[in-house]
Design a binder for this molecule. Structure first.
Ligand SMILES: Nc1ncnc2c1ncn2[C@@H]1O[C@H](COP(=O)(O)OP(=O)(O)OP(=O)(O)O)[C@@H](O)[C@H]1O
Ligand SMILES: [Mg+2]
Length: 198
């Protein structure tokens, strides 16, 4: 099912972040959201995820089961990578499967350390694997490749492609190359009032 956003508005005091925002996010496909810093991308995701209420407008078709890579990693810092992923998994999932995903994404030598000891790009990859293991029909990715070098980013993009498994994906990015590499639908938000320009 598509996610349909109609005439959405959200202000913080006198800061009118979203004004009459409309968009369609096709089901089972990847859509990328681009726009200048502060235009309301994260705010829009927060509304779609149900964390904040819009002032007006409507959102339809958001599946019940959601997972996310937030703009910040939001990991449990004192636990290792495997535990961070296990927290969101169904009990039936084998730990060996979690380990193989983390290894596949370049974290083989960092599985046992608390994530507080990992680099920014390593933490990001843990957050990405966690989002894949959480049971979800829609995946919200807020600048998921932040802090990754070019080669690692390639591997992680391939990992995401291989593991999205028909989910609806909404990804915030500042890079048109990422949109092209992932063959995403592009929605551009303007800096002035959050209205889309498509
Ligand atoms: N909880 C809040 N209280 C007050 N203002 C907020 C709040 N959350 C966001 N804003 C404001 O809303 C605007 C949009 O913020 P948002 O985080 O959605 O931008 P963004 O497009 O995700 O930017 P970036 O690319 O830098 O992540 C900004 O002006 C921000 O200061
Ligand atoms: Mg943001």
């Amino acid at each position: 099912m598509d996610i349909v956003v109609s005439n959405l508005s959200k202000s913080f005091g006198t800061n009118h972040v979203l004004v009459g925002f409309n968009a369609i996010f096709p089901g089972h496909r990847l859509t990328c959201l681009m726009g200048p810093s502060g235009c309301g991308k994260t705010t829009l995701l927060n509304i779609l995820m149900g964390f904040i209420r819009p002032d007006g407008g409507s959102v339809r078709g958001v599946p019940r089961f959601k997972s996310a890579v937030f703009q910040e990693d939001r990991l449990c810092e004192s636990f290792n990578a495997v535990s961070n992923v296990r927290f969101v998994c169904d009990r039936k999932v084998d730990t060996s499967k979690v380990i193989s995903h983390l290894e596949n994404i370049g974290l083989k030598d960092s599985l046992d350390q608390p994530v507080s000891e990992l680099s920014g790009g390593m933490k990001r990859r843990v957050a990405i694997v966690r989002s894949i293991f959480a049971k979800s029909d829609v995946l919200f990715l807020d600048e998921p490749f932040k802090g990754l070098d070019v080669d690692t980013k390639k591997d992680v993009m391939q990992y995401l492609k291989d593991n999205m498994q028909g989910r609806t994906v909404i990804m915030v990015t500042h890079s048109i190359d990422e949109v092209k590499a992932l063959n995403g639908k592009l929605i551009t938000m303007s800096g002035k009032d959050g209205n889309n320009e498509n």
